[in-house]
Design a protein around this ligand. Structure first.
Ligand code: IPE
Ligand code: IPE
Ligand code: MG
Length: 250
């Protein structure tokens, strides 16, 4: 994250983040329960992982469950928790075999002990894998992320390890989730809404935004390719003028 962003301004994104939205509407259109939409959404997750591996994308960050999603009806929340457990059990070995490194970002303590244990085990098992970083944002909120970073910094100040004058953007970035990864180059939101919904607020400062009408369960390799094609046309200026950009990017 400390690298100058221009270095990541290539035609192909290194890091794609996705707000996977529209599962409920997908199910409603079929007169089925919302939970069926979430199950269909899990298949779309597999497709997007396949796509990223095939395309040589370094990092895929998926918004699976927001800080605010806890306020949904209890049956939906509990169905989602069950789904997370089942999907993790079902897919972990295959992800590991495919050299995928799994990590979870968010307020982990909110989850059941069982889920927390599985998350940690998955991270440990896959820690050395290199082909794709797969980051799952669960019980995640951009405001939570900034808050936990500031709390960690405040503790260092309290303990005399840090002077307030030393707090700068680079230091905050080091405490924000995914600090060791390049910032997202491309954010995709499916499901037709044009908002961030408290996703990676700090990390998205210069991310290219792409909104798709397609509901998440219908989002496939073709949809992802369309997003990448759109991204390839963008000029990322990071506050500079076109003329200042390296020739390869202008
Ligand atoms: C996204 O789909 C999945 C989660 C938030 C867990 P939704 O469940 O929000 O689907 P819609 O937006 O109601 O269609
Ligand atoms: C965003 O979707 C969160 C996830 C995809 C996990 P929501 O459906 O919760 O977003 P809002 O409520 O429409 O903004
Ligand atoms: Mg939604």
């Amino acid at each position: 994250m400390n690298e100058h962003p221009l270095h990541s301004a290539a035609r192909k994104p290194r890091h794609i983040a996705i707000i996977m939205d529209g599962n409920g509407r997908w199910a409603k259109a079929r007169r089925r329960p919302r939970t069926l939409g979430h199950r269909a959404g899990a298949s779309a997750v597999n497709l997007s992982i396949d796509f990223c591996i095939a395309e040589g994308i370094d990092t895929l960050t998926l918004f699976a469950f927001s800080s605010e999603n806890w306020q949904r009806p209890a049956e939906e929340v509990s169905a989602l928790m069950g789904l997370f457990l089942r999907v993790l059990d079902r897919e972990l070995d295959e992800l590991h075999r495919r050299d995928v490194r799994l990590r979870f970002i968010g307020a982990r303590a909110d989850f059941s002990d069982e889920l927390q244990t599985r998350m940690q085990a998955a991270e440990i098992l896959t820690a050395a894998n290199k082909t794709l970083n797969l980051c799952i944002a669960a019980s995640y909120g951009g405001r939570w992320d900034i808050t936990q970073a500031l709390r960690a910094i405040a503790l260092q100040v309290r303990d005399g390890e840090l002077q307030p004058e030393q707090i700068d953007e680079a230091l905050i970035s080091q405490h924000i989730s995914l600090a060791d990864l390049p910032q997202p180059d491309l954010l995709i939101r499916t499901g037709g809404d044009h908002r961030i919904s408290n996703f990676l607020l700090w990390q998205l400062a210069y991310t290219e935004l792409y909104f798709s009408e397609t509901l998440w369960p219908d989002f496939n390799a073709q949809s992802l390719q369309a997003a990448l094609d759109d991204y390839a046309q963008r000029e990322r200026r990071f506050g500079l003028t076109s003329a200042q950009l390296p020739d390869t990017l202008a």
